[in-house]
Write a protein that binds this ligand. Sequence first.
Ligand SMILES: Cc1cc2nc3c(=O)[nH]c(=O)nc-3n(C[C@H](O)[C@H](O)[C@H](O)COP(=O)(O)OP(=O)(O)OC[C@H]3O[C@@H](n4cnc5c(N)ncnc54)[C@H](O)[C@@H]3O)c2cc1C
Length: 139
Amino acid sequence: MVEQTLQATRDDNVFAFGDCAACPQPDSDRPVPPRAQAAHQQADALFKTLRNRITSGDAVPFVYNDHGSLINFSHYTTVGNLMGNLSGRSMYIEGKVARLFYVSLYRMHQVALHGPVRAGIIWLMDKISRAMQPRLKLH
Ligand SMILES: Cc1cc2nc3c(=O)[nH]c(=O)nc-3n(C[C@H](O)[C@H](O)[C@H](O)COP(=O)(O)OP(=O)(O)OC[C@H]3O[C@@H](n4cnc5c(N)ncnc54)[C@H](O)[C@@H]3O)c2cc1C
């Protein structure tokens, strides 16, 4: 259980984020959903809070920004909805466009985790592995 600043309710010096944190949202009785984009955004907020702590600054309150969802059904299709930042309305997407968004987000996530060089190597290895593997599982 954490406050909006991601500080544990029972100890200001303990922080939690991502799936292991029950974080309240302003104007809602439901906590921040356990999703990858929430974990990513919380990591950014927590980075600022920890940096502020070194300079005796304030903890940054976390506000979840829902950019939408994408679901990939392997080679069958990809579907999702994107939230318009300005209009506040969601846009339904599917097929190749949705898959392009899905793959781009996945690779951007790898760049954030491993840096561009390692992410490039992972991408290359994925390509080679796909080319080498049989299209059918043979055992
Ligand atoms: C099947 C499935 C599909 C999902 N699909 C989506 C989706 O389409 N979109 C979306 O936004 N979210 C999706 N999610 C949710 C998303 O995966 C999580 O919200 C996100 O990964 C949370 O990130 P996290 O860093 O909090 O936790 P995790 O990604 O779970 O990372 C926790 C890490 O801590 C490690 N760990 C655990 N215990 C210890 C320990 N004692 N010591 C050291 N390390 C430890 C684990 O091995 C893991 O690497 C999906 C989840 C599942 C299970």
